[in-house]
Design a protein around this ligand. Structure first.
Ligand code: PLP
Length: 360
């Protein structure tokens, strides 16, 4: 079976080089006589992988000594709880932007922990869109402002972030490392690995040290950012193999030319797909407002749901997999993360043209 074009939103396609490298070390990691899957997280083989992953991520993110990178488990969903547990004091309010399904989930969790204020809510707007800073009503001296940089389900992306003295916390799960961002504008960045950075099982948290110093000491040790930071993410056994793959992905990104080079490739891929949508005479209709269109998740509709079902079925038979949109938005979602090849975008564009000719 040849490899298909995998448009899945996550877990998502990984670079073939990375999979091959991991395969080649599966039985014997660098002469150790065992797989990294079987190695101690305190052994020298794993230690080198762990520290290289952190160093490479810090470098790609352009962060210095004033930030700490930790690896955690429980996905970005665990961060929905851990952010307020660690950073939202009992007398404080946290500001949240709600622009989609993931923002909504983060808010639901935070509301169970402390006081939450919604600064803007665009979830009912059509076309789907991100709010602008002018629409946001901030709380003076909020504990933090929480944003979702890329709403994976809706296919909307925020690239210009609010200017505020409140520390910004960003869920960057689905556009992390896809283009150069000034990460220093955030107090905390978190991202589940399985969209753009590796397999499921590990979540990156990068936190500014002043926020880390203020974070809670009245929650269980295992949930404190401080615990994991103090132990270099080795307080408990980390997901070693997932972190190994993340490390390989960071090397792959470096080899590709870094974030600027990836941004160009990603923008070209997205532009080709949006051009096919916009050039279809209204047969395909983008779900997101043009100015907020995501380069990572391209969402669109066909004239009827019956045609959408047919499209997804026939695309799948042609080796274009994982195109079904989330049920809350409907239609098609093509996730085209860093590792998704340009050839797959071209194949989808051709398929769309043929499908329209036959069914238009
Ligand atoms: C996928 C995703 C999540 C949830 O990740 P889990 O690992 O399933 O917890 C949260 N936020 C965004 C933006 C996502 O894309």
């Amino acid at each position: 079976m040849p490899r298909v074009f995998n448009f899945s939103a996550g877990p998502a396609v990984l670079p073939e080089d990375v999979l091959q490298e991991a395969q080649s070390t599966m039985l014997d990691y660098k002469g150790s006589g065992m797989s990294l899957l079987e190695s101690s997280h305190r052994g020298k083989e794993y230690e080198a992988v762990h520290n290289e992953a952190i160093a490479n991520l810090k470098k790609l993110m352009g962060l210095g000594e004033d930030y700490t990178i930790i690896f955690m488990t429980g996905g970005a969903s665990a961060q929905f709880a851990l952010v307020p547990l660690n950073l939202l004091g009992p007398e404080q309010t946290a500001d949240y932007v709600n622009a989609g399904a993931w923002g909504t989930k983060a808010i639901k969790e935070a509301k169970g922990i402390g006081k939450v204020h919604i600064v803007a809510d665009t979830t009912r707007d059509r076309p789907l869109r991100m709010p602008k800073q002018g629409e946001m009503k901030f709380t003076p001296s909020a504990a933090y402002l929480h944003l979702t940089s890329n709403e994976t389900i809706e296919g909307t992306q925020m690239r210009v972030f609010p200017k505020t003295s409140t520390p910004m916390v960003v869920d960057a799960s689905s556009d992390f490392l896809s283009y150069p961002v000034d990460f220093k504008q955030f107090g905390l960045i978190y991202a589940g690995a399985q969209k753009n950075m590796g397999p499921a099982g590990v979540t990156l948290v990068a936190i500014r040290k002043d926020l880390l110093a203020q974070s809670s000491e009245s929650i269980p040790l295992i949930f404190r950012y401080k615990t994991h930071a103090a132990e270099n993410s080795l307080y408990n056994t980390p997901p070693c193999f997932a972190i190994y793959l993340v490390m390989l992905v960071t090397r792959w990104i470096e080899k590709k030319g870094g974030l600027a080079a990836l941004a160009k490739i990603n923008a070209d891929k997205a532009a080709a797909l949006y051009a096919a949508i916009d050039g279809s005479g209204g047969y395909y209709r983008g779900s997101a407002s043009r100015e907020d269109r995501s380069d990572m998740n391209v969402t669109y509709r066909l004239p009827t749901e019956e045609l959408e079902d047919k499209f997804i079925k026939e695309a799948s038979a042609a080796g274009l997999k994982g195109l079904k949109g989330h049920r809350s938005v409907g239609g098609i979602r093509a996730s085209i993360y860093n590792a998704f090849p340009r050839a797959g975008v071209d194949a989808l564009v051709n398929f769309m043209k043929e499908f329209q000719q036959k069914n238009g």
